[in-house]
Design a protein. Structure first.
Length: 257
């Protein structure tokens, strides 16, 4: 099926106040990015079998970030190969690794972003600390499922994400990888934040949660994971395809070991 990606900049408006001055590594920056464009947001999106969602998400989020004057690249990371349970954490780790090599001269930060969440009003500006953006999502009755929720849309700067060694690669199927990332962040002594006013519209989709895998993930979460032996530095994957699907949006298909 061929999907048409249509840009609709005139329909999307940025309704938040973006900080005009902030500090990165001790150097004060003016504007949302430096005069020579040395600041960029990488939006990392785990993906499989959601072509209809991707056709909506890619142009919408790109246009939203354009309206907010945030330089960005959207990296869609597709889990390919023989069928295995979906591994959100490993895909996001792979996206971080791939996106970090796009332009090493830029100071980069990252939005780890589910494909079924569209921002109505959300502040994607530079994250000094691990930052959760969702306060109101239509799929959760215009709220969040629990106070410690750290999924959906989460911002990290490069230094902090490397400090926690990213997500665990061991959560196959639905759930718990985001709770584990929160635990890693707290254990590392990072200040975790949630920005006010993060309102998202959720795209509808069928729920296909494997209860056995979800329970296994919860047990794994209870026992805890080690950033020393599980994360960015232990991920093995093969990049099999790279496709530019529209300006600033690339899709990478990978095989996970």
């Amino acid at each position: 099926m061929e999907i048409q990606y249509l840009r609709r900049e005139r329909e999307i408006h940025c309704s938040i106040q973006i900080p005009r001055r902030f500090t990165i590594g001790g150097a004060k920056q003016s504007g949302i990015y430096c005069e020579h464009g040395t600041i960029m947001l990488n939006v990392i999106v785990p993906y499989r079998d959601r072509a209809e969602h991707l056709a909506i998400f890619a142009p919408y989020v790109s246009a939203y970030l354009d309206a907010c004057k945030i330089p960005h690249c959207i990296c869609v990371i597709e889990q390919g190969g023989p069928w295995r349970p979906f591994n959100r954490g490993a895909l996001l780790n792979a996206g971080f690794i791939l996106a970090s090599g796009i332009d090493t001269d830029r100071v980069q930060w990252y939005a780890f972003h589910d494909i079924d969440m569209l921002p109505i009003t959300a502040n994607y500006s530079y994250a000094h600390n691990p930052t959760h953006l969702v306060t109101d999502a239509s799929q959760f009755a215009n709220g969040i499922p629990y106070e410690g929720y750290f999924g959906g849309v989460t911002l990290f700067n490069k230094q902090d994400f490397k400090a926690v060694n990213g997500y665990s690669n061991g959560f196959w199927g639905w759930g718990s990888e985001d709770d584990d990332l929160l635990r890693r962040s707290v254990s590392e002594g990072l200040k975790v934040e949630r920005r006010d006013g993060g309102i998202f519209r959720s795209l509808e989709h069928k729920s296909n949660i494997d209860i056995d895998l979800a329970n296994a993930n919860f047990e794994r979460l209870k026992h805890g994971t080690s950033k020393e032996t599980d994360g960015l530095t232990t991920l093995n994957f093969e990049l099999t395809e790279e496709l530019a699907i529209m300006p600033n949006v690339n899709k990478y298909t990978i095989l996970l070991d």
